[in-house]
Design a protein around this ligand. Structure first.
Ligand code: F6P
Length: 385
């Protein structure tokens, strides 16, 4: 029987489906061992609030089935079904060596924690690692993000649900696009990575998928090729098209744009009309094309987690508790070759810090990988010039 422990858990960075499933797994597994679990509200701000007396340690204690549902559903364990985070989350910059960091250290000490589980993406992982080093904390990180861009793990919690959400949106948009013979441009999240756009684009039947790894910026040639693809479809008697663009693709000037999908929709309209007047016969149909853009936005971070995300979240949560039990600290839980493993944060973090410094995505789409090859083999246009 291992020594009883007091552990903390927090969620940081953008929320995603599956966070509560991780928390549930940790609380269930740890409390069965007789450990105490403390949920830190709003990430490291929770430590600051403790120091300021805005909350008391006992109020942060998490209990298995510590929530109440009325009527016949009393006692139902709902946590793994719910998206968002019961602890709240925070996307703030690095506190550095400031007063804020001092308060965070003090708050951590107040709770007398043996270890902390931080659920986050690579941005928050970088920050929490520095704080843990500064405070001598025993840290375990569990990766989550709809972007699936955390290095050293093939999957992060939340990605699969987001792929499903975007796939469903593409399916739904197909029918209105078809009814109005429109070119539907769909802007998908993913930060600097194209995993979400690529996976959902293939699953949702997109005709064009632009991702930053293959199309870092829009170029005239790319727009022209999209128009040619649309013309080709029209010749085959398909009057609508789905064009997916990842938010990380930059505009013609090489700048980031919040509504890059809108710009692309306008460019397709402009170029198609131009092209039609330059070319004979075959491209004339392009003169009539109508484009619309849908920015899917934060809906992509919503929805009940899929079964895979629930399982991944649960396996990751249990692994985090097991690592603490074995006192193997300072580790990132990862998904590798269909199984759960862990990596030393001392190896992971320097690479992540370097990527942040160089403004490089830590885990981009493999441009010659099987997903890209699959898309190409299906005839999906991926921005080739
Ligand atoms: O990292 C997750 C993510 O949803 C990105 O895909 C997106 O660019 C960003 O967060 C949006 O962040 P915010 O919630 O701050 O608008």
């Amino acid at each position: 029987m291992s020594k009883k422990k007091r552990i903390g858990i927090l969620t940081s960075g953008g929320d995603c489906p599956g966070l509560n499933a991780i928390i549930r797994a940790v609380v269930r597994c740890a409390t069965r061992k007789g450990w105490e679990v403390y949920g830190i509200p709003y990430s490291t701000d929770g430590f600051i609030n403790l120091v300021k007396g805005k909350c008391q340690p006992e109020e942060l204690r998490l209990y298995d089935h510590g929530y109440d549902i009325p009527g016949v559903l009393r006692g139902l364990d709902v946590l793994q079904f719910l998206s968002g985070s019961i602890l709240g989350s925070l996307s703030k910059g690095h506190p550095g060596n400031s007063e804020i960091a001092k308060d965070i250290m003090e708050g951590y000490q107040l709770l007398e924690l043996d270890a902390l589980i931080s659920i986050g993406g690579d941005g928050s992982m970088d920050i929490i690692y520095d704080l843990a080093k500064q405070g001598g904390w025993n840290l375990i990180v569990v990766p989550k993000t709809i972007d699936n861009d955390v290095a050293f793990t093939e999957r992060s919690v939340g990605f699969e649900t987001a792929v499903n959400t975007v796939t469903q949106a593409l399916y739904d948009l197909t029918f209105t696009a078809a009814s109005h013979e429109r070119i539907m441009v769909v802007q998908v999240m993913g930060r600097d990575a194209g995993h979400l756009a690529l996976h959902a684009g293939i699953a949702g039947g997109a005709d064009v998928i632009l991702i930053p790894e293959l199309t870092p910026k829009l170029e005239e040639k790319v727009i022209e090729n999209i128009c040619l693809r649309i013309a080709q479809l029209r010749q085959e008697n398909r009057k609508f098209a789905l064009v997916v663009i990842a938010e990380g693709v930059k505009n013609l000037a090489g700048e980031k744009e919040n509504y890059i999908g809108d710009s692309l929709a306008a460019l397709i309209k402009e170029y198609s009309s131009k092209l039609c007047h330059q070319e004979d016969g075959d491209f004339c149909s392009l003169d009539e094309i109508d484009t619309r853009c849908n920015v899917l936005g934060h809906l992509q971070r919503c929805g009940s987690p899929t079964s895979f995300d629930r399982l991944l979240a649960t396996v990751f949560g249990i692994k985090a508790v097991h690592l603490i039990e074995e006192e193997r600290y300072n580790r990132l839980v990862v998904w590798e070759n269909g199984s759960v493993e862990s990596k030393s944060l001392d190896k992971v973090i320097p690479m992540i810090k370097w990527c942040h410094q160089e403004k490089i995505c830590p885990s981009p789409v493999d441009s010659s990988g099987y997903m890209v090859q699959t898309a190409r083999s299906l005839g999906i246009y991926l921005g080739e010039k």
